[in-house]
Design a protein around this ligand. Structure first.
Ligand code: AVI
Length: 324
């Protein structure tokens, strides 16, 4: 076994946006008849910390439910995944969830992918010290736009790991395209598969509490998006003029987060201006909740087979393993 000198880090620049720059794309969303902003602007130095705090809230069941499921199924996953997998962790962050699989899976290579390569440097450098023989690569890329992997990533037996139910932040159509894109990266002669977490449909009161907690952490997470926009497009959103609003859209089977204007207000930014009337909303996030059979059907449609699923006793959350 080779002693590794440290993780290798690779960063891909952000893909250019159709029709122009990132600020122009954000401004177009703000000017739309039903204004919207991509949920990726919820994150940043403060937003990521607020999200970490959300995962510790009593109302936010997905993180702890998934953690318990991972502990219970990791040996079965290891058997299904086969020997010497290349573990590719999408949205790795602090790498904690993948780390909990190392002992059972015994990966040949660990590839952490995250929008922030700096965050990966922070989490992978100490991780490498604890696993000195495991080859590690950290890749900074917005993989929701395009999943590109450098040649240094082994082709053999790739196990993509996409926990946290982030698949729910895509529309079902986008989710299908994303899953098919993953399958394209692990199907074929080298073998491979996917381990993915998905949040399931449940009672509206539990869902709403998870996205509108009593401490107001989710509200702060949503409102902080306005600070991120002010920094990105030079806007003058006053956070105090807005309130967090979360609702369950039963027809679409999704939680929606919105920012609602508390009063009439006009917002200016470098390339534009818009008046919002009291009660008008900016749509900031969707979080789709699946029935397990529907999610399995989505995996099948994306080309996966031999799907195994583990759920908690309440059927609130599922972990699925599937072969590419
Ligand atoms: C990252 N993602 C899976 C979270 C979710 O539950 O949709 C983001 C989140 N938004 C509000 N709370 C958590």
């Amino acid at each position: 076994m080779t002693l590794q000198s440290g993780p290798t880090f690779i960063s891909f620049p952000a893909e250019s946006h159709a029709g122009g720059s990132e600020p122009a794309a954000v401004a177009a969303g703000l000017m739309a008849e039903s204004p919207w902003v991509s949920p990726k602007y919820l994150y940043g130095p403060l937003g990521s910390r607020l999200f970490d705090a959300i995962t510790e809230l009593p109302e936010y069941y997905p993180t702890r439910t998934e953690k318990a499921l991972l502990e219970g199924c990791r040996d079965s996953v290891a058997r299904a995944a086969g020997s010497d997998p290349t573990l590719i962790d999408l949205g790795a962050g602090n790498c904690e969830k993948a780390r909990s699989l190392f002992q059972s899976l015994k990966p040949r290579q660990y590839v952490a992918v995250d929008i922030s390569v700096e965050f990966l440097r922070h989490s992978m450098t100490p991780l490498q010290r604890n696993f000195p023989h495991l080859e590690m690569i950290g890749i900074g890329i917005d993989f929701s736009a395009a999943l590109r992997l450098p040649d240094a990533v082994r082709r053999d037996n790739r196990l993509f790991f996409y926990p946290g139910s982030s698949i729910g932040n895509f529309t079902p159509e986008q989710a299908l395209a994303f899953l098919a894109g993953i399958r394209a990266q692990c199907a074929g002669p080298f073998g491979g598969g996917l381990l993915i977490g998905v949040d399931l449909v449940k009672s509206e009161s539990i869902l709403r509490a998870a996205y509108d907690d009593a401490l107001g952490v989710t509200a702060a997470f949503n409102l902080n998006l306005l600070n991120n926009l002010n920094a990105l497009i030079g806007s003058d959103f006053a956070v105090g003029d807005w309130r967090h609003h979360a609702l369950f859209n039963a027809q679409a089977s999704r939680i929606e987060m919105h920012l609602e204007a508390r009063r009439d207000t006009t917002v200016h930014w470098r390339s534009g201006t818009r008046a919002f009337h009291r009660g008008q909303c900016i749509h900031t996030e969707n979080s789709y909740k699946y029935a397990l059979p529907d999610f399995k059907a989505l995996l099948t449609q994306a080309g996966f087979s031999r799907i195994q699923a583990w759920t908690d006793e309440n059927n609130w959350f599922a972990l699925c393993h599937a072969i590419a």
